[in-house]
Design a protein around this ligand. Structure first.
Ligand code: AMP
Length: 538
């Protein structure tokens, strides 16, 4: 087990094995067995690239040997920041095969986030695009390699200038070599928390737990080798990667079509051309798809199921999705930390429109807990706590945070407010964690506040989400100025210069003289939000 990770409890781990949840499989060996089983069938499609299972597995072999030859060793952490492209799954599976551990980063991450991920994981390597959507990732990578002792290798998708010491991904290629099999109970990769702390926490996902999650999500949805999954959202999201997503589809011998992004026009074209049968979207994107579907001439007849998750879905929008896209809606409540809850194909319509369904595994344990930590009666709203065969038991290298993020008996405190219906379905009612959900992106308020406070014109800062018709929420920064009040453009620019990802920049600035305080002397964010709502109503 990688140092710094909390192993799951002994008795529960034994039960997960005895129940067949953890089968002692590693993700690299699984790809190998899928390749043997599905062989010449198409595994991945992206643009003009089409890869069979056999070709994908062979590419992964050569990449793994290439990474090894370039000095990446088993156990090394590797930050992977790649756009939606076949290189993403190929690089990740190659690192699994090698026993190195990818740390999934978003392409929108900038210096602030990448430096943090490299440092906290002690990454030996960083896989990045040379340039993507106008940003010079290679420039950032080269600067960080100078700055951080741990970072030895840069592997780059795209053009690399001679002599800079970075290795183009094309050159990560060697004759396959025998590599020791990774331990199924070991960490396969790290996902990122969209959590409350100033910077993202690393979520260790083991081979066994992720193999189980993807297999179970696929089985709940009845996936077969005839299914074609469209990866429209970023492929590094847990939702796209494994709910059942890319891995679940490959595990059934289906085909994964990778879109460059979720734009309706591009995705509709892919759905028609490739006969896509299912996809996963956040509510904001679903709304845009509905608008486009009204006039688009692309045929979406093959599309059977659209999963919607990652952010609250209003019953009104939920009701439009089935008829508007000619599909079955599936609500998904999930988290990179583990627990997934799906509505099912045979659920009554009312349940599909108004609940987030049932946990996917009989091994998932959920509790609804009151402020005093005791379990609430059925139907009451409280904080959702969960434990199960694919839910983490501790963030990586975060001992102090773990003491409060988990209960003594190993339940994860999700920070989400939920209730259970009599039929055992979850209804997500809100959240107590200080996170803004903008589109599908999670923004930690305290992270943005920390950056704002470094600005000379900011004396105090409080960041909240304000309701927004399109994005669900937008970021509003309340600021008590120090001297000359700052303006929104100047603040945004200052945060960008500090290397903060664009999606975390405030959309709105409210200058105030002072903050309302709670009885405990903390900033009363509810009062700030209520003040804005009252002002908007006038
Ligand atoms: P992430 O780990 O980035 O996928 O974020 C997980 C969080 O997103 C959850 O803890 C919830 O706060 C939120 N979330 C995910 N799915 C839903 C949903 N269907 N409805 C409301 N919130 C959701």
């Amino acid at each position: 087990m990688l140092e710094g990770c909390t192993p799951p409890g002994g008795e529960l781990a034994a039960a997960y094995r005895a129940n067949g949840y953890w089968r002692g499989e590693n993700l690299s060996a699984l790809l190998r067995s899928w390749s043997r089983q599905y062989d010449g069938k198409t595994a991945l499609v992206h643009g003009t690239t089409r890869l069979t299972y056999r070709a994908l597995d062979a590419w992964v072999d050569r990449l793994a040997a290439g990474f090894r030859a370039h000095g990446v060793a088993p156990g090394d952490r590797v930050v992977v920041q790649l756009p939606n492209a076949p290189e993403f799954p190929a690089v990740c599976f190659a690192l699994f095969r090698l026993g190195a551990v990818p740390v999934f980063s978003l392409t929108s991450h900038r210096a602030s986030e990448i430096r943090h991920l490299l440092e906290v994981s002690g990454a030996a390597a960083y896989v990045l695009p040379a340039r993507y959507r106008g940003f010079d990732h290679l420039g950032l990578g080269l600067a960080l390699r100078e700055e951080l002792d741990c970072l030895r290798h840069l592997f780059v998708l795209g053009e690399v200038p001679e002599g800079c010491g970075a290795v183009p991904l094309d050159a990560v290629d060697a004759e396959p070599v025998e590599l020791p099999e990774p331990d199924p109970s070991d960490v396969a990769f790290f996902l990122l928390s969209g959590g409350t702390t100033a910077l993202p926490k690393l979520i260790p996902r083991t081979h066994d737990d992720y193999a189980y999650q993807t297999r179970t999500a696929a089985a709940v949805n009845g996936l077969t080798s005839q299914d074609v999954y469209l990866a429209a959202l970023p492929v590094e999201f847990n939702f796209t990667w494994g709910c059942p997503g890319v891995i679940g589809t490959l595990g059934c011998g289906g085909t994964v079509v990778i879109a460059d992004g979720p734009t309706a026009d591009d995705c509709f074209k892919l759905i028609e051309e490739e006969g896509v049968t299912f996809t996963s979207l956040v509510p904001t994107v679903a709304q845009l798809w509905l608008e486009t579907a009204e006039w688009s001439s692309y045929g979406l007849q093959t599309l059977r199921t659209v999963q919607i998750g990652g952010a609250p879905l209003s019953p009104e929008l939920a009701a439009r999705i089935g008829p508007g896209l000619g599909v079955r809606l599936q609500q998904v409540f999930g988290m990179a930390e583990g627990l997934l809850s799906f509505t099912r194909a045979d659920d009554p319509e009312e349940a599909v429109l108004t609940t987030q369904g049932r946990p996917i595994s009989p091994g998932d344990e959920v509790r609804i807990v009151g402020e005093d930590g005791t379990e609430l009666p059925l139907g009451a709203t409280g904080e959702l706590h969960t434990r199960g065969p694919y839910t983490l038991r501790g963030y990586y290298r975060a001992e102090e945070h773990n003491r409060t993020a988990f209960t003594a008996d190993g339940y994860y405190r999700t920070g989400d407010l939920a209730r259970l219906t009599a039929e055992g379905r979850l209804v997500i009612e809100g959240r107590i964690k200080d996170v803004i959900v903008r589109g599908g992106d999670k923004i930690s308020a305290s992270e943005v506040e920390g950056h704002l406070l470094t600005h000379p014109a900011v004396s105090r800062a409080a960041v909240i989400g304000v309701p927004d018709e399109y994005l669900g929420e937008r970021i509003c920064a309340f600021v008590v100025a120090d001297g000359e009040p700052p303006g929104l453009p100047g603040l945004k620019q200052a945060l960008q210069e500090r290397g903060l990802a664009d999606y975390k920049l405030p959309d709105r600035l409210e200058l105030v003289e002072e903050f309302p305080l709670t009885g405990l002397g903390k900033v009363d964010k509810k009062a700030l939000a209520a003040g804005l709502a009252a002002a908007a109503a006038h």
